[in-house]
Design a protein around this ligand. Structure first.
Ligand code: NAD
Ligand code: AKB
Length: 317
């Protein structure tokens, strides 16, 4: 039986991924870890949770060996917006965490390793529309540079040591269960919360800023499908482009207005506008679709219905 370690399980993706993996592998076979306190939804689920700092090589190595871990998911990272405020610190955490875990996986002969990349790996010289899998990369944020360097390290460990590493370039992820952690695409979550609470939202991106986006339900299913796919189908050992939809703040506001007609939005672009402007507007993910059968389910209208219904309950509005 596989035994899974999730590092950074208390974040936006980690909480939902932990719960989904526990459905597949059994609650006690998925150990959630973070430097934060256990998230309430994980507490409620009552599976194993441990405090673990990914920068502490010895403690991570001890846990992998003592728990006979066969799969590791590394989700701890500093995201794009937070990363720009402390670039050297963000680089240190994003790169050292990955190098620590790659080494520990190699030494302990871990069977599979998952580490997410991002559309942030691309830069301003990348073709903006239908960005291909293989193209000009040249990221300009510290977060993006760490993602691209990380992809290369992952392929290195696959080629040199045979570590079964799998990765996805997620677009901006929209979800309601666990709060986002300091990204440029976080506006697409805050907008729903503010629409419900105040019927007004001030967006830190300009109205026509198109970015690739995806609902968390699709991202979690895609991640598990990638990890379950037979190894010979995984032809890309850096990170697969993954896509669902693209929209601008103006378009998401219009989708919300179908449910909250008096919702208003204004725009006060800040430093995050420059980050968003350096990223693709839409992604070509045909390799993921061809190699392991990726398909998304949620479009913007379906997301809007689900987000508003769930946040209304969660926020008791
Ligand atoms: P998040 O910030 O919500 O969660 C990261 C978690 O890591 C947090 O719970 C944090 O406490 C934990 N963490 C930070 N430092 C740690 C340390 N030293 N040791 C252990 N845990 C630590 O981020 P997320 O949105 O869940 O992202 C997870 C991964 O997915 C990251 O690699 C991110 O770059 C990538 N990603 C996310 C998105 C998105 O839209 N959420 C998009 C593309 C890629
Ligand atoms: C961010 O905005 O930093 C993340 C991402 C797209 O990687 N959501």
């Amino acid at each position: 039986m596989d035994k899974i370690l999730i590092i950074g399980a208390g974040g936006q993706i980690g909480v939902e991924l932990t719960l989904a993996l526990r459905q597949v592998y059994g609650r006690n076979n998925v150990i959630a870890t973070d430097i934060r306190e256990e998230h309430p939804l994980l507490k409620e689920d009552n599976g194993p949770f441990r405090h673990l700092d990914v920068m502490d090589f010895k403690e991570v190595a001890k846990m992998v060996a003592q728990e006979n871990i066969t799969q590791v998911y590394l989700l701890a990272a500093i995201l794009s917006a937070t990363g720009e405020s402390k670039p050297v610190w963000a680089w240190d955490i994003n790169m050292q965490s990955l190098l620590n875990v790659l080494e520990i996986c190699r030494e302990n002969k871990v069977k599979k390793f998952y580490w997410p990349s991002s559309i942030a790996a691309f830069g301003p010289n990348t073709p903006k529309q239908d960005t291909p899998q293989h193209t000009i990369i040249e990221p300009v944020t510290v977060y993006g540079i760490s993602k691209y360097a990380g992809e290369l390290w992952c392929r290195y460990y696959f080629q040199r040591y045979g570590l079964d590493i799998r990765s996805l370039r997620y677009p901006g992820l929209i979800s309601w269960k666990s709060a986002p952690g300091g990204g440029t695409t976080d506006y697409a979550i805050d907008i729903y919360i503010e629409a419900l609470k105040k019927k007004q939202f001030t967006c830190f991106l300009s109205e026509d800023t198109y970015l690739p986006m995806m609902y968390m339900n699709d991202a979690i299913r895609g991640t598990i499908e990638l990890m379950e796919a037979p190894a010979e189908q995984i032809k890309n050992r850096m990170a697969y482009n993954l896509s669902a939809m693209s929209f601008s703040p103006k378009e998401i506001a219009a989708a919300i207005r179908k449910h909250i007609p008096d919702f208003t939005i204004d725009y006060a672009p800040d430093y995050r506008q420059q980050i968003a402007a350096s990223w693709p507007q839409s992604i070509d993910d045909s390799e993921a679709r061809a190699d392991w059968g990726w398909q998304h389910e949620f479009d913007m209208d379906k997301i809007t219905i689900d987000m508003l219904a769930n946040l209304k309950k969660k926020l008791a509005l």
